[in-house]
Design a protein around this ligand. Structure first.
Ligand SMILES: Cc1ncc(COP(=O)(O)O)c(C=O)c1O
Length: 405
């Protein structure tokens, strides 16, 4: 089947951002338009701006989309990870296993709760944690495994959950990049105890800043709701009677724990709701774009395109390509070559253990993580891209790796 790009005729697109082909091609671009602008306008005119009816609708729409029992909206993906760790009662003296090959928030949140990050190396094909190494990094202090679905590609959940169960360790997911990705028939967000999503503009849908935690446990969801609102048992919307007729208990607020202000605003939630309406089209467009890339990159030597194992659905939050040693230009030279030709590629995902605060946590060699960071590039990837833009990128990449100018 010949993929059909772009989707500008799609009635859901309503995209009024300029995408003229003579411009720079950015690494990513959120898909926003009148739908989101109108949703924000309605919230502003309603006079209720903080966590309230729109946030509740956004949470309900997320649970319907993925088939999760409960969703708790928060201020960011980082806030989601932080609260997940507190809800799991992870703290000082505990160890949390995580891939170093990730965004630094994965480790920051572990340190926020006073626990110790323990790095695990990755599989060089998927760039996700290598579950065969798990037992070698588990110690009597290990309390949790943080699974990162890097760039939106689901990690090997069966193997990870099996080891976790054997050692009675909790599993939570840094699913910041993985909205709409699937493991078998299951949406990411419905598999482990807690899954944490981000709605940063580089993610599949955006609310500006924003995050969400999905869980099947009502107990965990209750804890998360209290923690996100300063430890308060009743939120402002309930106390204002927005959730229905007021009971005396609704305005007798208690603070049983010390919480945070990690609330999402209704302005952000309204954007999120509009974005969720677009999500099926966004996911379909990303799938088609990946097919166009695969077809065009087949003509480019000295690179390794993304690998997708059987049984998973990739949302291509990032499109990761490895530059082989045979390339006539180094990875950094390739990036510069692309930039000089108005293509904003990005360097590979960070190695957290190489950052100053995280060097002391180093225990075992992380050879595959380091190679992936040093040898990969992220290519521009967003649903509004045209077939011509992908063709131009593939042509330019071919020139870069074959040493032609
Ligand atoms: C893997 C990963 N984890 C966590 C985060 C943090 O999300 P946020 O920026 O919404 O706090 C991000 C992205 O920014 C991410 O890519």
């Amino acid at each position: 089947m010949t993929p059909k790009l772009p989707k500008s005729q799609n009635p859901h697109s309503m995209d009024d951002t300029d995408k003229s082909s003579s411009e720079r091609i950015p690494l990513s671009r959120p898909w926003l338009g009148e739908l989101e602008a109108e949703a924000v306008r309605r919230v502003l005119l309603s006079g209720w701006l903080i966590q309230g009816p729109a946030t509740k609708k956004f949470e309900d729409a997320m649970t319907r989309f993925m088939g999760a029992k409960t969703a708790v909206a928060v201020a960011s993906g980082t806030a989601a990870l932080h609260l997940a760790l507190i809800a799991l009662e992870i703290g000082p003296g505990d160890e949390v296993i995580l891939p170093s090959h990730s965004f630094v928030a994965t480790a920051n949140t572990v340190v926020y709760v006073g626990a110790t990050p323990v790095y695990i190396d990755i599989d060089p094909k998927t760039y996700n944690m290598n579950p065969d190494l798990l037992e070698s990094v588990i110690t009597p202090k290990t309390r949790a495994i943080c699974v990162v679905h890097q760039s939106g590609l689901p990690a090997d959940m069966d193997k990870i959950l099996k080891v976790a169960e054997k050692h009675s360790i909790s599993v939570y997911e840094d699913a910041a990049c993985a909205l709409g990705s699937k493991y078998g028939d299951s949406q990411i967000g419905t598999i482990s105890k807690l899954s944490c999503f981000s709605f940063h503009p580089r993610k599949i849908i955006t609310t500006g800043e924003g995050g969400m935690i999905t869980t099947d446990s009502e107990d965990l969801a209750d804890k998360l709701r209290i923690l996100r609102q300063q430890g308060m048992t009743k939120d402002a919307a309930t106390r204002a009677g927005l959730d229905g007729p007021l009971k005396t208990s609704d305005f007798k607020t208690k603070f049983p724990v010390i919480g945070f202000n990690y609330r999402m605003t209704d302005i952000s939630a309204a954007v999120g709701l509009a974005q969720l309406r677009r999500l099926p089209v966004i996911l379909e467009s990303r799938k088609e774009l990946a097919e166009v890339y695969a077809e065009q990159l087949a003509q480019v030597p000295h690179i390794v395109p993304p690998f997708v194992p059987d049984g998973v659905t990739h949302n291509y939050q990032s499109y990761v390509v490895r530059i082989k040693p045979e390339s006539k230009r180094t990875r950094d030279e390739v990036l510069r070559f692309l930039k000089e030709r108005k293509i904003d590629g990005g360097p590979g995902i960070t190695c957290i253990h190489r950052q100053a605060p995280y060097k002391p946590y180093m225990r075992t060699p992380l050879k595959e993580s380091e190679s992936a960071t040093d040898e990969t590039i992220l290519l521009p990837f967003f649903p509004q891209m045209s077939r011509e833009q992908v063709g131009y990128i593939a042509h330019t990449l071919r020139l870069a790796v074959t040493g032609k100018s």
